[in-house]
Design a protein around this ligand. Structure first.
Ligand SMILES: NC(=O)c1ccc[n+]([C@@H]2O[C@H](COP(=O)([O-])OP(=O)(O)OC[C@H]3O[C@@H](n4cnc5c(N)ncnc54)[C@H](OP(=O)(O)O)[C@@H]3O)[C@@H](O)[C@H]2O)c1
Length: 345
């Protein structure tokens, strides 16, 4: 395994981050294909043995049970200060808004719940999961800064945002003396490369770490288009993300298979080796032991400049999909509220 600094933080992270969305109680959340605690724990243990020290979960994954499984496995198999734990919080709910709960109060409540789920005193990276158009960014940044000041999180990150949102948020944080976002978790892989429009340049300019999710397009970049799996059959959310561009994407997937054969490696290794030339640490989901073993091997695979161009050549820009397709105001005339009114933004 290789390690690198996470953006402007002091965190030293493995080049592969283990995504924990596939762990958790399958009866209790969005996904029916998640692994029970025993199998999740085995994969986490194997990841640690292979040198993975960076783990990504969220309070939203299977109603907090992903956090619970991860927390217990880390207690069993690792030392807390030798791993980097990232979790994410959700936007304010309509009920909270109606009850007058502020963004700051919401965040305090969310971090306390996540720490309880993880059974930890702090997380290393606390991530704003998706842009909350109903909560002023000032309140979010103030709330996150309180979390860092109280020692409940060491650093903060952001996910599913436009470059302009991240640039503006970090500029406000800097002016106010608040903690700034050190990483961004966007949707980025060989068949979905919209982060290259603006985000990649912002990150390079400001040393913000890119830790992309769905690094293997939820498995599509790991196998030939005619192959399937339990998750592939049941993951309707991933189908919704990728089905519209299937035909076009399959041409790129074929090139991944071609290069895999040439190198005598798996398609996973080719897909991740490409992404590793662009980002700090891709987040890879694993639902089988061999998934994490295969992903880790990619760290040592070098692609030539010609191979990288060959993989990139056929990409045609895609419409935003998944969470990013929802990153907009509820009606076209609505503008984002940046502050509660007392602060100049
Ligand atoms: N911030 C966000 O909004 C957001 C959204 C989505 C995900 N995430 C994070 O990103 C992580 C990864 O997301 P993801 O699961 O959608 O994407 P992914 O890493 O692109 O896909 C994981 C899937 O790829 C296949 N795979 C992985 N390694 C393999 C290997 N070595 N050989 C063959 N197949 C392999 C498996 O598919 P099969 O199971 O089908 O075999 C596995 O379930 C999540 O766990 C979560 O932490 C964040």
């Amino acid at each position: 395994m290789k390690y690198t600094k996470l953006g402007n933080s002091e965190l030293n992270v493995s080049r592969i981050c283990m995504g924990c969305m596939g762990f958790g109680d399958a009866q209790n959340g969005q996904h029916s294909w998640t692994l029970d605690e025993e199998h999740s724990s085995e994969i986490i243990k194997r990841g640690l043995e292979l040198g993975v020290n960076f783990f990504d979960t969220a309070i939203g994954y299977q109603s907090g049970t992903s956090e619970q499984f991860l927390g217990r496995a880390i207690k069993d198999f690792a030392k807390r200060d030798e791993v980097v734990i990232a979790t994410k919080f959700l936007p304010r709910t309509q009920e909270e808004i109606e009850a007058g709960i502020s963004g700051q109060q919401h965040i305090e409540c969310m971090i306390n719940k996540s720490l309880e789920n993880l059974d930890m005193d702090y997380v290393d990276l606390y991530i704003y999961h998706m842009w909350d158009w109903n909560t002023p960014i000032y309140d979010i940044l103030d709330g996150l800064n309180n979390v860092v000041k109280s020692g409940k999180a060491r650093y903060i990150g952001i996910s599913n945002c436009y470059a302009w949102q991240l640039a503006k948020a970090n500029a406000i944080a800097e002016r106010e003396g608040f903690a700034k976002f050190v990483s961004v978790q966007g949707h980025y892989n060989l068949i979905f490369r919209e982060e290259e429009r603006e985000m990649a340049m912002l990150c390079a300019e400001d040393n913000i770490a890119m830790t992309p999710y769905s690094a293997l397009a939820s498995g599509r970049l790991s196998r030939l288009p005619n192959e399937t799996s339990k998750r592939f059959e049941q993951d309707s959310y991933a189908k919704f993300k990728y089905d519209a561009t299937k035909e076009q994407d399959e041409k790129i997937i074929q090139r991944v298979a071609e290069l895999a054969e040439k190198h005598g490696v798996t398609m996973t290794e080719i897909s991740l080796a490409w992404l590793l030339t662009k980002v700090t640490s891709p987040i890879v989901g694993a639902t089988k032991m061999h998934h994490i073993e295969g992903a880790v091997k990619a760290v040592d695979l070098k692609l030539s400049a010609e191979e990288i161009s060959y993989l990139e050549e056929l990409y045609i820009p895609h419409s935003l999909t998944g969470v990013m397709a929802q990153n907009k105001p509820s009606n076209a005339n609505e503008k984002h509220v940046w502050s509660t009114g007392n602060q100049k933004i």
